[in-house]
Design a protein around this ligand. Structure first.
Ligand SMILES: Nc1ncnc2c1ncn2[C@@H]1O[C@H](COP(=O)(O)OP(=O)(O)O)[C@@H](O)[C@H]1O
Ligand SMILES: [Mg+2]
Length: 605
């Protein structure tokens, strides 16, 4: 269960701002009371009875005598200055007090503004860095939209509840304590009375919000679904249009959106109950005070006069905003806690294990898969008892019908997933013991969809490798048949590929990603249907690039078109997660098994 202090922990790095926030709050509260209290001398001027006899009083620390002393002093001053001047002086006093109060208020918020935004920045940074280090399996399970919703909405909620918590710690106590002390001075009897009544009503208010956390969590989850749906629709907008599925999508969206709507209505109604409820409580408290104080004034002995009572009520009214804010902080905490839970879920997800962290071996012999079994999560085995040796310099092709486990097998070599059992070794060293970055930098990977980032052509090839020389970069682009068209971009290699109008063709994008894969001159190349998404003409260009790239390298090639892998040293046929056959093209054709059937089918096409 998340408590105030868990939320507050987020801000502990900003002690200096927090202490300034506190200090300025003290000053704000003092001048708030002073400016409000100035109403007392004001009333004194207006209501002064000229014929009344002045009873001298001396300074005393006893509150009731002090009050009499103040009353006497005020009367003296009014006599001395004259009523009109007194009005003027008191007004100037009020202006100065309000001015100072607001200056300090500004400085307190000045610091708070920094802390809240800094914490949001910190959370996003931690989240993003963590997300990048999560294993691929995480992204399959959790939908992208949901992650984005945690990144945006939940962080926003946490920001709100953090504000509530900081104010709860460093503002409201001061904003209550300072007026309260003043009230004690004016009338301790009345204030004792109030001190008993106020917490009781506060407790009642705080009970209302108990169920809010659950509702808030449901709301966030629904929003995650809505965003997922949106994301999916944007991604597949072409397909939606092509299949005239607009109506269907609209209806699905409407269902989700309406469910979210209903949850939010409930949540917001509950939330807004907090404010009227506390105000109603406050009015009950006020009335009790009025009754009690009236009787105190009517009692001639008491030092409490009409002016002081009105001043008292004015100062007392200053207790209401912080009291209200405290009850609201409880509500906000419930929502913020639900959100912090969701953020912590992401942060608690285990990042890729990278323990022993040995550097990658030279790679002079072979990659060896022994008895590899693998399943996604708790699902069925996708790969069963795979034994395969890929010798240095060889081109090994993985073929088989779709869903057979080719991509999965290729993903295991850079350790995108952990094996259920068995092992994968490079030159006899288990890949589990190799540092991930070191392992992956041995491999160049090209997949079916060429991913380009919103960055320059050069940086898209470099991918953060600042040590890559300009020559290496251009060489890679040349081998990938990308140099020619990149040179013709408006700013050549410095052209931002994310900009509008920079629409590269599928083939060009794919050649960019080939250039990226080989820029670091990795000894191992993994090509997963690199040409499948291309038309025949760009396929030729890309295939040509690939053939150049594969020379003198160890390559694992998954190809849809079998004609492109006929020259592979070894062709491995994967069928339902198992190796059905392996050998050269000639051997497998002679054998007349699955491979021959696949080839025949394609020739027939
Ligand atoms: N991320 C994933 N989560 C769960 N199952 C998956 C995932 N990726 C692939 N699969 C399943 O694993 C099996 C093999 O898929 P895949 O390796 O992509 O086959 P291929 O590349 O040969 O078409 C399929 O049954 C597929 O549904
Ligand atoms: Mg595949």
């Amino acid at each position: 269960m998340i408590k105030f202090k868990d939320i507050f922990k987020l801000a502990t790095g900003y002690k200096s701002q927090l202490s300034q926030f506190f200090g300025f709050n003290v000053l704000t509260s003092i001048f708030n009371v002073v400016s409000i209290g100035m109403v007392i001398p004001f009333l004194k001027v207006i209501f002064k009875d000229d014929d009344a006899v002045l009873i001298p009083a001396v300074f005393s620390t006893s509150p009731s005598d002090f009050l009499k002393f103040l009353d006497y002093e005020m009367s003296l001053k009014i006599l001395e200055w004259g009523k009109y001047n007194a009005l003027l002086y008191f007004s100037i006093g009020i202006i100065i007090a309000f001015f100072l109060k607001n200056i300090f208020l500004y400085f307190s918020f000045y610091n708070l503004a920094y802390v809240r935004s800094a914490v949001v920045r910190d959370i996003r940074e931690t989240l993003y860095n963590h997300i990048l280090r999560l294993p691929l399996s995480y992204f399959n399970k959790e939908k992208r939209g949901d992650t984005i919703s945690r990144f945006t909405n939940d962080v926003k909620e946490v920001e709100w509840s953090l504000l509530g918590v900081i104010e709860l710690y460093f503002k409201h106590p001061v904003a209550i304590l300072i007026p309260l002390v003043t009230l004690f001075f004016i009338s301790y009897q009345l204030t004792l009375f109030v001190v008993v009544v106020l917490p009781i009503s506060g407790y009642l208010i705080s009970r209302v919000g108990k169920k809010l956390k659950h509702a808030a969590q449901l709301g966030q989850e629904k929003m995650g679904e809505v965003l997922s749906h949106l994301e999916e629709s944007l991604h597949g907008i072409k397909i939606i249009k092509a299949f005239s599925a607009t109506k269907d999508k609209e209806e699905r969206f409407k269902t989700l959106n309406d469910e979210h709507f209903r949850l939010m209505v409930k949540l917001n109604r509950k939330e807004f109950l907090a404010s009227p409820l506390s105000e109603f409580m406050a009015s009950i408290v006020m009335s009790s005070i009025l009754i009690y104080s009236g009787s105190l004034i009517l009692n001639a002995d008491s030092a409490l006069t009409g002016e002081f009572l009105i001043g008292y009520i004015a100062v007392f009214s200053q207790l209401i905003p912080p009291a209200k804010a405290i009850s609201e902080a409880f509500f906000r905490l419930k929502k913020g806690a639900a959100s912090l839970d969701r953020i912590n879920d992401v942060l608690a997800a285990e990042v890729e294990k990278d323990k022993n962290g040995l550097p990658a071996p030279e790679f002079s012999k072979e990659i060896k898969l022994s008895n590899v079994n693998f399943s996604y999560g708790d699902g069925p085995l996708v790969l069963k008892g795979i034994n395969l040796t890929i010798n240095k310099g060889e081109t090994v092709a993985l073929v088989g019908s779709s869903g057979g486990g080719k991509s999965t097998l290729a993903d295991l070599i850079p350790r995108f997933h952990e094996l259920n059992s068995g092992s994968i070794t490079i030159d006899g060293q288990d890949i589990k013991s190799i540092e991930l970055n070191s392992l992956r930098s041995m491999m160049g990977i090209v997949t079916q969809d060429a991913i380009l980032f919103n960055d320059t052509a050069a940086n898209n090839i470099k991918m953060g490798d600042f040590y890559l020389s300009g020559d290496q970069l251009i060489n890679a682009a040349k081998v990938a048949n990308a140099h020619e068209f990149v040179r013709e971009l408006p700013d050549s290699y410095n052209t931002n590929l994310g900009e509008k109008g920079m629409n590269l063709s599928g083939g060009q994008r794919q050649r960019m990603s080939i250039a990226r894969a080989i820029a670091k001159e990795p000894p191992i190349l993994i090509l997963d249907e690199a040409t499948s998404a291309l038309d025949t003409e760009s396929e030729k260009m890309v295939q040509d690039a690939l053939e150049k790239v594969m020379q003198n390298r160890t390559s694992i090639v998954i190809a849809h078109r079998l004609s492109t892998i006929q020259n592979a040293d070894k062709i491995v046929v994967l069928d339902k997660g198992q190796i059905a056959e392996q050998g050269s093209h000639a051997e497998l054709m002679a054998k007349g098994g699955i491979y021959k059937k696949l080839v025949d089918l394609q020739t027939f096409e």
